[in-house]
Ligand binder design. Structure first.
Ligand code: UT7
Length: 328
């Protein structure tokens, strides 16, 4: 009898165009040295003009389905985590269902949960598989370069485009989702937000003229502190829930926002640096694509062996945070 609920396949996609730090100097007053020392980022991928969010999502989903040995007709549900959707409404999951040629299965977005969206989707998918046996495609995708202000140096150099995907289901050889935890603190929403475009500040000609629809506000230092605190706390919580300790963890795959944040989380958890996966230098912060992209790459690079316990953790706008334990 199959009794492991977990990941059946992994996928990722990044656009071809690679933009290094030096290239940002033609848009904003910055340097490769500032970006490297403050963030660890060296380059990021930028979507082509004719690519949209669903293109990135579909490419990652197809890799995950092939990795799971599944046809698209086998998908029973689709969850897409993104803050940079295809259109305002309907959600990106609807476009993805049509693009993939999936059956008319439920498909919905987790929008606005920032960089923690994918892990929230994973936890939700696990619960839904527990409730009713099904195979769920979970995608984290972000096309941030299209929606951010390319002349705001506080923001533009930090982000990149990409997508990651997994299939969650029940199988004897699934990568088991052992435990998951998540939390939200809505009182700090205005430390990292994009205010214009909703009911508070509806989109208008004035908003467009002022550029407010692209004005992502981020109080960097406060976000930094909160990110370290909550990713470390969520990691400890999920380990405690599973009756395990940090010494049992073979690899931590954290949200890739900033090398200094990743190192601080590793330090707070007391885990050796070589057991923390890092690819922020290659892709920058890819929002909800960050964790599945890092997980996919860690697996491709042979950083995960059968039997390994892998800890995922993320933090993003909301604030939302999450940690998930996987048993390979
Ligand atoms: O995914 C979850 C959401 N995001 C995050 O987790 C990001 C969290 N925060 C961070 O990663 C860091 O706070 C940043 C990378 C955003 C900023 O690093 P910092 O060490 O906290 O720098 P800071 O905000 O204290 O800014 C230092 C200086 C400022 O100049 P003044 O006011 O000291 O003269 C900024 O104007 O650096 C300036 N600055 C830049 N300089 C060159 C900000 N951006 C740039 C830039 N190039 N791109």
């Amino acid at each position: 009898m199959d009794d492991r609920i977990g990941l059946l396949g992994f996928g990722a996609y990044v656009p071809e165009r690679c933009m290094n730090n030096q290239e940002w100097t033609q848009y904003v007053d910055t340097t490769d040295e500032w970006i490297t020392t403050r963030t660890g980022i060296k380059r990021r991928r930028i979507a082509a003009d004719d690519e949209t969010t669903v293109d990135l999502a579909a490419a990652a989903a197809e890799v995950a389905l092939a990795d799971a040995g599944m046809a698209v007709q086998d998908v029973d549900e689709i969850i897409v985590a993104t803050d940079t959707p295809e259109v305002y409404t309907p959600d990106t999951a609807a476009f993805l269902q049509d693009r993939l040629g999936a059956r008319r299965v439920p498909a919905f977005d987790l929008g606005g949960s920032g960089c923690a969206g994918f892990l929230l989707g994973l936890d939700l998918a696990r619960a839904r598989v527990q409730q009713r046996d099904r195979r769920i495609l979970v995608v984290g995708v972000e096309l941030i370069s299209r929606l951010m202000n390319w002349h705001d140096r506080n923001i533009c150099v930090l982000f990149g485009d990409g997508a990651g995907a997994v299939v969650v289901g029940r199988a004897a050889d699934a990568v088991e989702i052992v435990a998951a935890t998540a939390g939200t603190d809505g009182s700090k929403a205005d430390i990292l937000w994009l205010e214009a475009g909703g009911s508070r500040v509806p989109f208008s000609r004035e908003v467009a003229a002022s550029g407010a629809h692209r004005k992502l506000v981020m109080k960097g230092r406060e976000v930094f502190r909160e990110a370290v605190h909550h990713m470390a706390a969520a990691s400890r919580q999920v380990l405690e829930d599973a009756g395990l300790g940090i010494e049992d963890v073979a690899l931590v795959v954290p949200h890739q926002a900033n090398l200094r944040i990743i190192q601080a989380v590793g330090g707070a958890l007391g885990i050796a640096a070589e057991r923390v996966f890092i690819n922020v230098h290659e892709y920058g912060n890819t929002g909800s694509a960050s964790v599945p992209l890092a997980l996919w790459e860690a697996r491709q690079m042979g950083r995960i062996a059968p039997g390994d316990l892998v800890l995922l953790t993320a933090f993003g706008a909301g604030f939302h945070w999450s940690a998930v334990l996987l048993q390979f």
